[in-house]
Design a protein around this ligand. Structure first.
Ligand SMILES: [Cu+2]
Length: 619
């Protein structure tokens, strides 16, 4: 480990909230320093021709505890990289580790060999080696970067990347901060994965308090637990805001009346956050780096790898808490916006953990989206799977009777009993599309499989208009996927000429996660895209967990009813038992990664290669 451009002292200075640039040319290494809106006169040296990054092991403090992290330039998060649309980025990445590493530029459209996925179109960066990434910057907005090697991302190997637009910024603001959320564990990530493989409920301490629910026969049969909201919880995680634990209280300052742009980035390995700032409305202006028509909300859920930019305008000379509560309510990241540093605001009251419901199993009738708590302890539960009759992808396990479970999954049965072709016929997203008598199928599910497996989710439907588990009854305005409308109409208004349906599948008990019932190592072929086509991808979540699905190299346009204004996303949150479609303009020849962005799901096989080639016409 050679160069460490950030001394430990500098690190402490800016984590202490003082906001001092640490001297790396043109990179603003802090996330709590005022970043002036980019204007031409400001640009001068802001967009460097060369950026140097050092990947290294770094000892630092998380809250009061000592930790060993894998960092970019010595801090969590790594430096905030600013680029400008129209420039060519040249980023030299030096590996000071004893193992291979990589950086993937998440959400950036670039040549495949610059995408940073080892083994796909790049060999990875060997110890001691420097790899030079060079790519044209043809987009703007809030993005991030992270390792795509092993479980390195869990150790702090990530940072923010913000690209100033070439055209005048349509969003008005006086001040901005990047707010990068992450989850830290003092355990070795490989141990975390081993723990999950041994017992998938390892980190679900909460479930132990609801043992009485298992008295219910249905729960037992389904091998589900309504408390299975997150694979990994606050039992091991400390949740960080810009690298700082809740007690360290990341802070940003404002002058009252200013419009403050907060660029939220969820750089977690495994954690969905619900973000709110009590006392302030947030106007969402960008999602995944793409400008959207402004929508004002009290709270939004951010999936792993998503970004949301919001504008807040605090009028009072008072402090506000930025509160990012985990979806399972087992913890939170927090920070403060205040007129001066050192101020704090009260933390909001913690909310009850949500419980899985019928809807998450694909059991409800699509009418009642607001009744989770009423449903609960009955059959509403948990599991990963069950979407289409008969299948066993899954379940969440419950600590009961695992031995019966695994008989193997017959994926060929997957869609049995359902006519998928009916599903896609209409574009009416708000309509439930299921056809089979779900009640019956559920009851029969486990028996049919002879494996004691939980039933497969019985039906899939659009859930874009639902706020998501735990946010149904907040009494406040929560961002919905149906709220997202591109600021400008999309260039490519072609109708998709082809559709690929992909099932998100899993088996929580064995901690196996996959697509179409096959993990990456079992998938014989890449997913074939044809250059030039307009393609529809339809995701069917057969599990009872949310999965953030990420496509490299090309945008996904979320078909959320916005017509010509479909929002572009690099990562989409697919809810349990949900059927969701995105349209893709296929224009990037090469091999690309496509995967669940839950780090451990990807690691165990919820990953595919997408191959984009010209379609060869048979003579
Ligand atoms: Cu997943």
């Amino acid at each position: 480990m050679k160069i460490n451009p950030l001394t430990r002292r500098n690190f402490l200075r800016f984590t202490a909230g003082i906001g001092i640039a640490a001297g790396i040319e043109n990179i603003l290494p802090t996330y709590n320093r005022q970043i002036i809106a980019a204007t031409d006169s400001e640009n001068g040296n802001k967009y460097p021709n060369l950026i140097n990054l050092q990947i290294q092991e770094t000892k630092l403090k998380i809250g009061e505890r000592k930790a060993t992290a894998m960092t970019v330039n010595g801090a969590i998060p790594g430096p905030l990289i600013r680029l400008r649309e129209g420039q060519t980025a040249t980023i030299k990445v030096t590996n000071n580790l004893k193992t291979d590493t990589s950086i993937h530029w998440h959400g950036i459209i670039l040549p495949p060999e610059m995408d940073g996925v080892p083994g796909l179109s790049f060999a990875g960066i060997k110890p001691g080696e420097t790899f030079t990434y060079r790519f044209p910057v043809n987009q703007s907005g809030t993005y991030w970067y992270h390792s795509h090697s092993g479980l390195q991302e869990q150790l702090g190997h990530f940072g923010a990347m913000i690209i100033a637009p070439a055209e005048p910024e349509p969003i008005e603001y006086d001040r901005e901060y990047a707010i990068l959320l992450s989850d830290w564990t003092f355990e070795n990530p490989h141990q975390v994965l081993a723990n999950l493989k041994k017992k998938s409920t390892y980190y679900n301490y909460q479930r132990r308090t609801v043992g009485h629910l298992f008295d219910d026969m249905d729960w037992r049969r389904m091998r589900m637990d309504p408390t299975d909201i997150a694979d990994i919880t606050g039992a091991t995680y400390t949740y960080l805001m810009n690298g700082m634990a809740p007690e360290s209280n990341w802070s940003g300052i404002f002058k009252s009346g200013e419009k403050v742009r907060l660029r939220f980035i969820n750089a977690s390995a495994m954690t969905f956050f619900d973000v709110r700032i009590p006392g302030l409305k947030m106007t969402v202006v960008q999602a995944d780096g793409q400008n959207v028509q402004p929508v004002t909300v009290d709270e939004f859920r951010i999936a792993i790898a998503e970004t949301y930019d919001v504008i807040v305008q605090p009028e009072e000379e008072t402090a506000y808490t930025i509160f990012a509560e985990t979806m399972d309510r087992s913890g939170y990241a927090r920070g403060t916006l205040a007129p001066s540093l050192g101020m704090t605001a009260p933390l909001p009251e913690r909310r009850k953990r949500p419980l899985r419901t019928m809807a998450d199993m694909g059991h409800d009738h699509g009418m009642d989206h607001s009744a989770h708590s009423q449903h609960s302890p009955n059959m509403d539960g948990m599991d990963h799977s069950h979407h289409n009759s008969g299948m066993d992808h899954s379940h969440h396990n419950s600590g009961m009777n695992h031995s019966q479970h695994n008989s193997g999954m017959n994926h060929s049965q997957h869609n049995s009993g359902m006519n998928h072709s009916q599903h896609n016929s209409g574009m009416d997203h708000l309509t439930e599309t299921q056809t089979i008598p779900h009640q019956e199928a559920v009851m029969h599910g486990p028996d049919h499989h002879g494996s004691g497996s939980a039933g497969v989710a019985m039906m899939s439907k659009s859930r874009l208009h639902e706020p998501g588990i735990g946010l149904e009854n907040t009494g406040t305005r929560v961002l919905l996927y149906t709220d997202l409308r591109s600021l400008k109409p999309r260039e490519d208004q072609r109708k998709a000429e082809r559709e690929i349906e992909l099932h998100l599948t899993g088996n929580m008990e064995r901690y196996m996660w996959s697509f179409d019932g096959k993990k990456y190592s079992e998938a014989k072929e890449p997913i074939q895209f044809y250059n030039g086509e307009r393609l529809r991808l339809t995701f069917v979540n057969d599990t009872m967990m949310e999965h953030p699905i990420h496509l490299h190299g090309m945008w996904m346009e979320l078909d959320n009813g916005a017509g010509a204004y479909k929002p572009r996303k690099h990562t989409v949150l697919v809810k349990p038992a949900e059927r969701m479609s995105v349209d893709v303009t296929v224009d990037a020849p090469g091999n690309w990664a496509f995967h669940c962005h839950l780090l451990y799901h990807m690691k165990v096989g919820m990953f595919r290669v997408v191959s984009v080639t010209d379609k060869v016409e048979k003579a």
